[in-house]
Every structure is written in structure tokens, then in C-alpha cells.
Design a protein around this ligand. Sequence first.
Ligand code: SF4
Length: 343
Amino acid sequence: MSKFPLLFDIGSPKPTTRQIAAVVKQGGTAALTEAERRADHAQYQEVVCRSALNAVKGMPFKWTLNPYRGCTHGCHYCFARRYHVQFEMNADDEFASVILVKKNFVEVLVKELDRPSWTREQVAFGTATDPYQPIEGHYRLSRRTIEALTRARTPVGLITKGPMIVRDKDVLASLSRVAKCTVCMSVPTVDEDAWRILEPGTAHPLQRLRAVRELADAGIHAGVLMAPIVPGFSSSRSKLERTIKSIADHGARFVGCNVMYLEDGTRTHFMKFIEHEFPAMTPRFERLYAKKYAPESYRNEVRAMVRVLQDRYAVAARPSGNDDGPAPDVESETGPEQVGFSW
Ligand code: SF4
């Protein structure tokens, strides 16, 4: 007999994320005996959620939507890695290989949007994990979410690294006709080495930029977030220039950027990765990231460089602090001023 009771039998409800966390706490992810292992070697555990709209404070939007938890794109800098710890899973391999799928997400969302108290406030879609990671091709939760938001005339800002979003340009165009809709494609850099090293599960950056062109051609307000720029990998002037030129060439309506920040499990994972793969860079990262954010002076230098390049290639800056969609990671705390970094 199994050491851990089955969470559900055939015909009975799926477990909640809380139940999943309890099972993993006892027996690790091996105890998720009903998770489906697919060809990409990731395990997919269906769960039920009690709410879809998640209220947030201190951001330019009031609500977030995330139908999946965990992300097979597996970016080493991903700030959402640390959230996997909430489910008793680690921020390393398990973040990218054990994905929770909120099977009833759209049904719950429709009920929430139907409430008379819903005032159609700005919703940010895809803030914790990518709504167009590969499994979306199977579940289509993101497509059905956009359809629900359209019926409720609710403004949305969506962020993704998944070119699969072009599949849904018809529903995004419909949403754009009844409410404000902004798509932010995340392309931190077009440098192939940095892409391969830092974002091992994502589509090629140019494929993502081609998706931006297709969305923009369909009348959707689509632009690019260079999020995040990673010191030492994608921060040199020449790499920034190649990236912004390419973004402009692909017809992006806007571009924004932020510099990587490191916190909790994300910090632990990223520093382990650097120590293992690029040990010579470790002391510089330790100095630059003595705190959660790189020093203000460093971030200002990167932003100033990006502004110059935006002007040079005539691509609009993405306004910050407005209601235009998911913001780059909020940089409210500043680290100690440090000078002399040449990354
Ligand atoms: S695509 Fe986004 S959510 Fe997924 S791992 Fe990369 S940064 Fe994180």
C-alpha cells in the first residue's frame, strides 16, 4: 500500500494547492503519484482553485491571474522561483519540472467576473508564471481566460515569453475592441549565448519578436519588456543596442526594461547556478547583489543607456506606473551605492 494516500480517486475532485503542499511536505514530489509525466519530462499536477483573481497591493494593477504555477521555461533569474516554496517544492529543478495546473481556473474566473461588485479594474495576466508555457497548448486555460475577460469587458495586461500567444491573436483582437489590452513580450536580449545560458526552456528571442510583429499587425498593442537585463550577460552597450534595434525592426509598439533583482529562493538558485557554471563571476555578483537590488547608480546607468537607444531607433518607451499592464519588477528598495562596475 502506498505510504501516502491517494489525493483523489477516479471521479472525485482534484486536490487544492494546500493539499498538494501537505503531500509534498510528507513525501517530496515523488508522492504526487497522480501527476502526469509528459514527453518534456515535466510532471503536471491538476489542482482546483477556490479563486482565480488574486488581489495585490502596491502595484500599478489591483489583480493578477495565473492559471499555472511553476514554469518549464526554467529561466535561472526567474523571480517566481521563490513562490514554489509555498508548495513545499524547491526553487531549483522542481520549479521548472513540477507544474500545477488549475483545472477549474476559467470556471471560477467567470463567476468572479459576473459578480455585480466587479468593477472592471485592470488585471495583470501572467505575473507569477508564463501563461503561454508549452502545456497551454494542451489545456488552453489562457485562451479561455482571455475569452472570459472579453465577455466581461475587463482591461488586461499580459506578459509572456511564449510565441504560442499568436494562436490567440483572434481573441486578443476581440478583447482589444472592448477593453484596453496590452501584450508585453519578454525579450531580455537577442544575444544567443545569454539566451541559451539563462533561459534554457524558452523560444529563440527572434521567434518571440516575430510574435510581437504578428500581434501588432493584428491590431493588438504589443511591445517588449527587456525583463530582466542580467549584469554581465546582457547588459553591455553592444548587446543592448542589438536588442533594441531588433525590437524596433519587429514593429514593437513600446519597449521597457528592468535590471535583475534577487530575492529568497531565486537568489539562492541564481547564485548556485553562477558558482557552478561561472565561478569566476561569483565575487562580482556577490558585490553587485549585496542586497536584493543592484545599486541605484548601476540601474540608472542601464536605464539611461536604454533611453538613448530607444531614441536612436525610434521605439516608444513603455510608460511606467500607469495602468498599462504588468510592470517590470517594482524596484522600491535601493541597495548601497557602489561604483566601478563595468558590466
Ligand atoms: S518564462 Fe517567465 S515565469 Fe517562466 S521561468 Fe522564465 S521568467 Fe519565470
